[in-house]
Design a protein. Structure first.
Ligand code: ADP
Ligand code: ZN
Length: 615
């Protein structure tokens, strides 16, 4: 345990490092404690959601302690991004990985030997390779294991090379290890400390809530309406960007093509592209050259682009962990952001087939079932998410579609009976689409040839639209009135509970389905004020953005490496005209003050000259 005096001393030193190098005035919840714990030499496990501020937890100690910190990271893009950000703050950081030439890596090792590097990012394979002949004279201050969930076979992102990281503790028993992850999966969490052989680690769990991200789930309303909804969302954030995830490469490509046809700048990103194409797509997105990336799940890890305003799921994701991580890429700057998901029965069929091909079938089925519960929830979605992550949550969030428009319930017994009766009368041999067509009295050829037009329930559900039927069937499925036999051509089978409903032994309550109205636009906090600009003057903000872009181009880095949107908004609000004023801005440390105060305050002064009448 730390003495109180020592702790106060560490806290003060940590705060000064935070301001000096990162330009932040205060730590976020838990960060200060974590920094103090690492500085005291104790191992830690840090569980914090994406965007929660994990990096600071090892970067500040790395700057406070003697020697060099080694950060293990699974992805080259992730390492490069972090190194750029650190260098942008004047911190000597470097990365060793296979994406560089031997000569480049040799140069970096040379700098390491001469004690020039404070933070070294390294891939796990590279670390294992170097570990035995690691130069004796280099003092290692700490090891940070980023994306530590990659070590667990239970997780959704298992990487075999991570399992060998247990050797760190063997080889460097006295060096503290801090393992960090945004995974909320309990099994995985429990696995991390053991796998890494951490020594009585202190575990820090932050709330996984991201209240600024609004949550919406919609039953697929049909292609045209879906595209209309997506277009409106993109338009609402015309100056910012977003990601659309699809389950398949084809889905991602089609989405990009549709959006391009509507005049949006979109690009695709999936595992079927070459490494070069993927890097280019990522670069264009980071630089703000494209509005939307249409991706499969392969995209987004390691992107610290803070102004992603929306994440759309074109399909139901595989599990809640992955979904939460993906939507977490939106709104890292804390400003309002939106997560929108579309899902349909077809998604479930597709996911089911993926699972059949995967190992760990039972576990994955269970996870998919929980994902569906979320999508079909009629209670506050945030509560469903947080309870999945074992967080207590006693109030509704007010920022999800269920909270905004609570479902209207009605006695759905007759509706359910019509559908169940049709299932029985077709001898449980049809899938969802056929069932809906029977209920609505369609004349489609295969329906007629099978004689389904002669059953009693044919056309009994004409009063409801197809989308309406699908929504009610989804609810009935959720209520356990029938099942989908995925391994038997997705035919529908009535359950015992369904039989009881059919025999009028129990009533059924359903939530009223509403057809999509896209006008007026859904009322989210985001629609009221253009998020990224807040009450800042748009002209000034645009000029600041342009200047940032020019500086970024000159330095060959992404604009957000120069400074974040939030920093620009603050400059536009506070309008500093001198160095001292500028140094007080959010995200501006000593290094950035030196580098940016002149060009940025010049923009402000110029704006003031041109707008003398404005306050
Ligand atoms: P994570 O790795 O947990 O996803 P990051 O470490 O990338 O999150 O942090 C997310 C964002 O929050 C970054 O832009 C980071 O600079 C910012 N941030 C972190 N800590 C603070 C803080 N104490 N004050 C203000 N901003 C912070
Ligand atoms: Zn809610």
């Amino acid at each position: 345990m730390l003495s109180k005096e020592k702790k106060t001393h560490i806290d003060a030193a940590a705060r000064s490092v935070l301001k000096r190098f990162f330009g932040y005035d205060s730590f976020r919840p838990r960060q200060a404690e974590i920094v103090a714990t690492v500085c005291s030499g104790r191992d830690c496990v840090v569980l914090m959601p994406t965007g929660g501020g994990k990096s600071i937890c090892y970067q500040v100690p790395a700057l406070m302690l003697d020697g060099m910190a080694i950060v293990v990271s699974p992805l080259i893009a992730l390492m490069e991004d972090q190194v750029h950000t650190l260098r942008g703050n004047g911190i000597p950081a470097a990365a060793l990985h296979s994406g560089q030439t031997d000569a480049e890596n040799a140069d970096i090792l040379d700098a390491v030997r001469r004690g020039r590097i404070k933070l070294l990012y390294i891939s796990p394979e590279r670390l294992l390779l170097d570990m035995e002949n690691w130069p004796q004279n280099i003092r290692i201050s700490l090891f940070a294991i980023d994306e530590a969930h990659c070590i667990s076979q239970w997780g959704h992102d298992f990487r075999p090379e991570y399992t060998r990281l247990d050797r760190i503790k063997e080889r460097f028993p006295a060096v503290p290890v801090i393992a960090l992850t945004a995974t909320a999966d309990k099994l995985t969490r429990a696995d991390i400390a053991g796998q890494l052989r951490l020594d009585n680690p202190q575990v820090f769990i932050s709330s996984f809530d991201r209240p600024n991200i609004s949550l919406t789930v919609k039953q697929n309303p049909g292609k045209a309406m879906k595209l209309k909804i997506i277009s409106e969302l993109i338009d609402r954030y015309a100056d910012d960007s977003g990601i659309i995830y699809s389950l398949s490469r084809k889905g991602a490509e089609q989405m990009a093509a549709e959006l391009k046809a509507r005049g949006y700048s979109a690009t695709v990103y999936h595992a079927g592209l070459s490494a070069g194409e993927r890097a280019e797509a990522q670069r264009r997105f980071i630089q703000g050259e494209v509005q939307v990336v249409c991706a499969t799940i392969a995209f987004g890890m390691g992107i610290d682009k803070s102004n992603i305003r929306y994440v759309i799921h074109n399909n139901l994701p595989r599990n809640i962990e992955g979904y939460y991580q993906e939507i977490g890429r939106a709104g890292r700057d804390g400003l309002p952001a939106e997560a929108l998901m579309f899902y349909s029965f077809q998604d479930i069929v597709m996911l089911q087939s993926f699972i059949d091909e995967s190992g760990q079938k039972q576990l994955n089925l269970e996870k998919l079932a929980r994902m569906r519960e979320y999508a079909e929830s009629s209670v506050c979605r945030r509560r469903v998410l947080l309870s999945y992550f074992s967080e207590e949550c006693t109030t509704d969030c007010g920022n999800c579609d269920v909270c905004r428009r609570p479902p209207l319930r009605f006695d759905g017994t007759t509706v359910a009976q019509k559908a169940l009766s049709a299932i029985v009368r077709t001898e449980q041999s049809v899938g969802v689409s056929m069932l809906v067509d029977i209920l609505r009295g369609s004349a489609r050829g295969d329906l007629v040839s099978k004689g389904y037009n002669r059953i009693k329930t044919y056309g009994a559900g004409r009063d409801l639209g197809a989308a309406e039927w699908k929504a009610y069937l989804a609810q009935m499925l959720q209520l356990g009135l029938f099942e989908i036999a995925y391994n038997e051509g997705n035919r529908l089978k009535i359950t015992t509970q369904g039989m009881r409903v059919l025999r009028a032994e129990v009533p059924v309550t359903l939530a009223r389905f509403f057809y999509e109205r896209t006008e007026p636009a859904p009322k989210t906090k985001a629609t009221k004020t253009p998020v990224s600009s807040g009450p800042a003057d748009p002209g000034l903000l645009a000029a600041l953005k342009a200047r940032r872009l020019a500086i970024a181009r000159l330095n060959g880095v992404a604009p957000y490496i120069i400074c974040s949107d939030k920093t620009l908004v603050e400059i536009a609000l506070r309008r500093p005209t001198d160095k001292l004023g500028f140094s007080k801005i959010y995200g501006i440390g000593e290094f950035k003050t030196e580098r940016l105060w002149e060009p940025m305050t010049a923009v402000v002064r110029n704006w003031k000259l041109n707008n003398p009448e404005l306050p």
